[in-house]
Design a binder for this molecule. Structure first.
Ligand code: FE2
Length: 395
């Protein structure tokens, strides 16, 4: 499938949806029909998915890269349900911050209750805000500006992240991430009627030699708590054929630390189910401080940066971008192989619960499993899921 024929089988998809989920199910563009992202209404994700339903949702994600299922809070959906759905898309990844001693080399222990993210959220506005059931799973990362807040707190604005892909630097990269949206900020007291401003970056946040057009596109961040996405499948498809052929043969060396030998992987990802090609994390400078820059095989560090900066600037062009507005009750799922994303600037140390931005995030890797529980081989879990983790058994 190519990006251009995304909607060539729309009628087929619509009839599949109603066949699998009933006549109330409907699909519509999140922005415009020619862009990635679809809203899927009329599905109650608190009900376990049949294998055919799970297969259809995976097919839709392969085709549209971002899926949003609004209104799940009407169905008593909680974070246990999110973990069950994650298991269909891949093996859930535990988050290091949920462990007291991750990286110590000792037997892993979860954080004690008083230090857990849910506890730190729950003590800020007692009786007003509390995390949902399931938030304490080792595989859940609570994206939240509530810890450290309270009625007497002094708010501050923290800048957005780098444009990035979630954990592309492991031998088996993350395939899919998802949010369940609990709270979104509703105050709009920043200049221009927005929630926040975009504060200036610290020196060195991005490489100082980045081209002007790229530097500008990186900083055009949404200011009301949205997540911005860039479509790296459409960006690939829009390139001239000879350039696509060159990129098809381009290998990049991924590694966690500069001292690591790393390994070579294709820059262009081919989705094994749909055949769609996309640029997988075509960024150089969008690395965390301790993560080594990616090198293009055959090029030095500066040449690699220039090569990838040009691709990043292309991916961040307005026509490939979609800023997703979060609404409480949304389940939003995205492909890490075919998108880049960036977290926006946020208000921290909030003193008003109307400023709360809380989402439960889960990520996964490996092949989908239409039937649950998953049966990933233990050797694969040991090699690719750190720390080794399996979701509680779910049917
Ligand atoms: Fe991310």
């Amino acid at each position: 499938m190519t990006v251009e024929d995304r909607d060539a089988v729309l009628g087929e998809i619509e009839s599949d949806l109603t066949r699998q989920f009933g006549g109330g199910a409907a699909i519509s563009p999140l922005s415009t029909p020619n862009r990635m992202g679809r809203r899927v209404d009329g599905i109650d994700l608190s009900d376990p998915l049949s294998p055919a339903q799970a297969r259809l949702l995976v097919t839709l994600l392969d085709r549209y890269q971002i899926l949003c299922f609004p209104g799940q809070d009407r169905h008593g959906f909680d974070v246990h349900d999110l973990e069950r759905i994650t298991n269909h898309f891949g093996a859930p990844i535990p988050h290091p911050k949920n462990y007291a001693n991750y990286g110590s080399g000792e037997a892993l222990e979860l954080l004690p209750v008083e230090r857990r993210a849910s506890t730190l959220n729950n003590v800020s506005f007692p009786g007003v805000f509390e995390c949902l059931p399931g938030a304490d799973s080792p595989a859940v990362y609570i994206v939240s500006n509530v810890p450290g807040g309270g009625p007497d707190a002094d708010p501050m604005i923290v800048g957005g992240q780098h444009w990035h892909t979630d954990i592309e630097f492991e031998p088996v990269p993350l395939s899919t991430s998802m949010f369940y949206v609990h709270r979104v900020p509703t105050t709009r007291d920043a200049p221009g009627g927005a929630w926040v401003t975009n504060p200036p970056r610290d020196t060195g946040f991005y490489h100082p030699d980045s081209p002007t057009d790229l530097a500008e596109r990186r900083e055009m961040l949404p200011l009301n708590g949205e997540t911005a996405y860039a479509d790296t499948a459409a960006a690939y498809a829009a390139l001239p054929a000879d350039e696509r052929h060159q990129l098809d043969a381009t290998m990049v060396r991924r590694r966690l630390r500069r001292s690591d030998a790393g390994w070579l992987v294709p820059l262009v990802h081919t989705n094994s189910r749909s055949g769609t090609k996309s640029l997988h994390s075509p960024v150089w400078a969008s690395r965390g401080k301790r993560i080594a820059p990616v090198e293009v095989d055959g090029l030095g560090e500066d040449e690699s940066r220039r090569f990838l900066d040009r691709l990043e600037a292309h991916c961040l062009r307005p026509e490939f971008r979609y800023d997703h507005v979060h609404t409480p009750g949304d389940v939003t799922i995205w492909s890490n192989f075919a998108t880049l994303h960036v977290a926006p600037p946020v208000k921290q140390s909030i003193n008003d619960p109307a400023d709360a931005r809380v989402m439960y995030r889960m990520s996964c890797k490996g092949n989908p499993s239409y039937k649950l529980p998953r049966h990933d081989p233990q050797t694969w879990i040991d090699d690719n899921i750190a720390p080794p983790y399996r979701a509680p058994l779910t049917e």
